[in-house]
Design a protein around this ligand. Structure first.
Ligand code: NAP
Length: 482
């Protein structure tokens, strides 16, 4: 049964861009509508170019320097407050993104873990010591390292995990002691602003965090190009990521970009496991995860049996009202995206592919779609389709599987289903990706493990709480006679 909807016209959210906790407005208003029913979820007062400059000035002016214990305490408190407000945040994610409520609740758990792991890192010393008398050229000295926070970082986030993407940028920055200006997706700004407010309520000094929504030129591009910013941490599409790489100038840049991850099913696979991983990987979060399974590659001699079982499994992924707890696949982010995905399916069908399940669209709802006989150079195989599409392709042997898997411009993650250890090791060594998960979905990780892609998926600089904290610092060495 559908749960009480979050919003009526009386209690919709009226939020604002915040500079160090203070609302600002350029006079322009951003409206956020529910992708499922079109209802107005909330509005955001947008910032202008002057506000961008003011946010930078305030962050650089600084304020109270937080001890490690204070950073720990703020993140720890935020973690507890987030759990206390789990339903409120989950309903907001569902309302503004169309992700089903069970996925939204899962996302709160992930953001909780990000805060937990970031808080723990605050309590660990990250220095190293190098004794210098270890070679004939040595001296009686020691070299010590210490990590210093950056002056200012900018975080730019996508829509597909409205809370967790934001948490993965802000929590490591705060753990490092680095002030941040956040520019969240204009498609899901409400969850992001609510999360920023929660961090202030948890005791964060206001100068440490601002959140700005506004015209791309006035806000996002101005932040990226400002020479006073030390680091831009971006998660989003390849096109925008590459533009940032070209325009950011002399500063650190972290790019977490798109993917079209394979799940590779070998003839020796446990087929129950394989169909479950394929369905979870392709359909969870409406297929809108950078690490969603975008290509199911199956050894040809088991393809018939795998496909029959996969279609049955896929029927369990009921698609409908995101607010209904029984729904497993909500909408994609908007109708325009659903129409685009439909066109990608149509193009594959025009080239001989066959739809075995789904393929139908109503507004922003696109049914989980299973497709076979897809040409290897079809758009849905070569590019990223950010939705619940599950194309099945076959391969002959392991050489063919590796070549097919490596044949696209992306290199984010991968999953391999096999019971043969030698085969598993070969894939770990030969897939050109950031992650290889054996007998798991490509998206499996914990929030503190290193994460990030290669090729068009990223520059190989990892995120995940521990690596991200390093990015938000610089290392200083000092040495002393010893
Ligand atoms: P997007 O269109 O690239 O937008 C991402 C962010 O960039 C938004 O905040 C957007 O702002 C901003 N932006 C747009 N133009 C910009 C510019 N010229 N300069 C600076 N920032 C700019 O991506 P999306 O559609 O939101 O997200 C989906 C993509 O993210 C997919 O490709 C997915 O694979 C990728 N992703 C990657 C990872 C990973 O870890 N590798 C994780 C999640 C998602 P506006 O909203 O205001 O346009």
């Amino acid at each position: 049964m559908k749960e009480e909807t979050l919003l009526s016209t009386d209690n919709m959210f009226k939020l604002a861009s915040l500079i160090a906790g203070e609302p600002v407005s350029s006079g322009k208003i951003l409206a956020v509508n529910n992708p499922y029913n079109g209802q107005l979820v909330g509005t955001v007062e947008m910032a202008g170019g002057n506000d961008t400059q003011a946010a930078i000035d305030i962050a650089l002016k600084g304020g109270q320097i937080l001890t490690r214990y204070e950073r720990y305490s703020i993140l720890d408190k935020a973690k507890t407050m987030l759990l206390d407000r789990k339903e409120e945040f989950a309903k907001l994610i569902t309302a503004e993104s169309g992700l089903c409520i069970s996925e939204a609740r899962y996302e709160i758990g992930r953001a909780h873990d990000v805060l937990l792991f970031a808080s723990i890192e605050c309590l660990k010393d990250d220095g190293q010591v190098f004794s210098c008398d270890i070679s004939p050229n040595g001296k009686q000295r020691k070299i010590f390292t210490l990590r210093e926070p950056l002056k200012l970082a900018v975080a730019i986030t996508p829509f597909n995990h409205p809370l967790n993407q934001v948490a993965h940028k802000i929590a490591p920055a705060l753990a490092a002691g680095t002030p941040v200006i956040l520019k969240p997706s204009e498609k899901t700004p409400l969850t992001a602003i609510r999360f920023v407010e929660l961090l202030y309520q948890a005791g964060l000094p206001a100068y440490m965090l601002s959140v700005l929504l506004g015209d791309t030129k006035d806000v996002a591009e101005a932040l990226v190009q400002d020479p006073r910013v030390d680091l831009v941490s971006f998660t989003g599409s390849v096109a925008v990521g590459k533009k940032i790489a070209q325009t950011a100038g002399y500063k650190k840049v972290i790019l977490e970009l798109g993917g079209n991850d394979p799940l590779i099913v070998l003839e020796d696979a446990n087929l129950d496991l394989a169909v479950t991983l394929a369905a979870e990987g392709a359909f969870r979060n409406s297929g809108q995860r950078c690490t969603a399974v975008k290509r199911i590659l199956v050894q040809e001699n088991i393809a018939k049996e795998f496909t029959e079982r996969f279609v049955e499994k896929a029927k369990e992924y009921t698609c409908g009202d995101p607010a209904d707890p029984e729904t497993r696949v909500g909408t994609v982010i908007d109708e325009q995206s659903a129409i685009y995905l439909e066109s990608v399916v149509d193009k594959a069908v025009a080239r001989g592919a066959r739809i075995l399940l789904g393929g139908k669209r109503t507004g922003a709802l696109l049914q989980p779609t299973v497709i076979i006989d897809v040409p290897r150079d079809a758009q849905m195989v070569v590019q990223e389709s950010f939705g619940p599409l599950a194309p099945i392709l076959t391969f002959k042997d392991i050489n063919d599987a590796i070549a097919l898997s490596n044949s696209t411009a992306f290199g984010l993650s991968s999953g391999v289903v096999t019971t043969n250890m030698d085969h598993a090791i070969r894939f770990v060594k030969e897939l050109k990706v950031g992650t290889v998960n054996i007998n798991e979905v490509p998206g499996y990780r914990i929030e503190s493990s290193p994460f990030g892609g290669v090729k068009d998926s990223g520059l190989g600089i990892k995120e995940g709480v521990i690596e991200a904290i390093k990015c938000f610092t610089t290392v200083k060495t000092f040495s002393m006679p010893w």
